[in-house]
Design a protein around this ligand. Structure first.
Ligand SMILES: *Cc1c(COP(=O)(O)O)cnc(C)c1O
Length: 355
């Protein structure tokens, strides 16, 4: 497999940024992975090349009709120096699911995984070591055929770029405030809400801006038909702890199936907690919260892992959870998952790939 990926060397490596000023997705490493697709020829020329701008035709179909899908995962540096990735096979599988839904050619999953591994191996000195930091991996596929015909493109590029990212929270898990969005919707059943396609994000920005203007951090989306059932948050899935049981919206075709979500469900069950995946109306959440039955709310996603929710704005009212502090379940999940990711805790679920 190694030989399949061609390498073109950079003239000089860049200076690495200071770990304290990383933020998210601001600095990119020295190399990227690229592979091309052409109808009749398939995917070809996998290569690791210097990270740099590339030319693309103005009429490339990605600019006009939006065939674009992506993934996001992280590589971590363990205390003993090992380089670890969290469930990368799941991201590749989901990338292919996204490709199929957007009429884009799926990738050879083994080769795509090998591409991630070789690129991260080459760039491992870019993985920051401080608590909470990591190397974020962004694989994506775009349609590159220069044609304005409305049909699937006949040419594509699969690329992977890497960016060292800072701690999402600083030192402390900080609860976020969420605005339950009852005007705009993110996705509908039968649409593309259950795949990671770029347009979903473009469509979400206006509601996100509105939430920020109103003093909230993120939006909780409701279903696209009745605007009644909880779906997910920005780029996270959502969990409620109600009367000691975990409740999360069932994957109904318009919710993105998060890998963190799936991992949290497995962990909670292994701890003997009941987990219900079902349709949950925001009214029921409101009523349960009013009765004091909702002890914790949290989001799950690769970027933050676990993001405790301190407040939800529902029906013109802001309801606080856990006194705006972090709940025990959220904290235990965060500790357990981040410890597994960094090789500090036994990987009993075999989630970690060592490079
Ligand atoms: C990526 C994403 C998530 C979280 O998925 P993870 O695999 O846990 O990172 C949730 N919702 C949306 C809309 C997403 O794009």
């Amino acid at each position: 497999m190694n030989k399949l990926i061609e390498r073109i060397k950079v003239a000089a490596r860049k200076e690495k940024p200071d770990s304290a000023s990383l933020g998210f997705g601001q600095y990119f490493t020295d190399y990227m992975f690229v592979m091309d697709y052409e109808e009749g020829r398939g995917w070809h020329d996998p290569r690791i090349t210097p990270y740099e701008p590339f030319t693309i035709d103005p009429s490339a179909s990605v600019f006009h009709y939006g065939q674009a899908v992506f993934e996001g995962l992280k590589a971590y540096r363990a205390e003993d120096g090992r380089v670890l990735m969290f469930r990368p096979d799941q991201n590749i599988k989901r990338l292919n699911k996204s490709c199929r839904r957007m009429s884009m050619p799926p990738l050879d999953e083994e080769l795509a995984l090998e591409a991630l591994i070789q690129l991260v191996e080459l760039e491992k000195n870019w993985i920051p070591r401080e608590e909470g930091t990591s190397l974020y991996i962004r694989p994506f596929v775009i349609a590159t055929e220069p044609s304005l015909g409305v049909r699937p493109s006949k040419k594509y590029k699969f690329m992977v770029v890497l960016t060292p990212v800072g701690s999402y929270y600083g030192d402390q898990l900080k609860p976020i405030r969420i605005y339950v969005e009852d005007e705009y919707v993110r996705a509908v059943s039968g649409g593309v809400g259950d795949v990671k396609t770029s347009g979903n994000y473009a469509a979400s920005l206006q509601a996100q801006q509105k939430a920020e203007e109103l003093g909230y951090d993120q939006v909780l989306w409701l279903d696209g038909v009745e605007k009644k059932y909880a779906e997910e948050v920005g780029s996270m899935n959502i969990f409620f702890i109600i009367n000691g049981e975990a409740v999360t919206p069932a994957l109904n075709g318009s919710i993105l199936g998060g890998i963190t979500r799936a991992s949290v469900i497995e962990l909670l069950k292994s701890w003997g907690m009941r987990v219900r995946e079902e349709r949950i109306s925001i009214d029921d959440i409101y009523q349960a919260a009013k009765r004091g039955e909702v002890s914790e709310v949290f989001g799950t996603g690769t970027a933050a892992v676990i993001s405790p929710v301190g407040a939800l704005h529902i029906h013109g009212e802001t309801i606080e959870f856990h006194n705006g502090l972090i709940g025990e379940v959220s904290e235990r999940l965060y500790e357990t998952i981040t410890n597994i990711q960094r090789g500090k805790e036994q990987d009993s679920f075999r989630w970690v790939t060592e490079i």
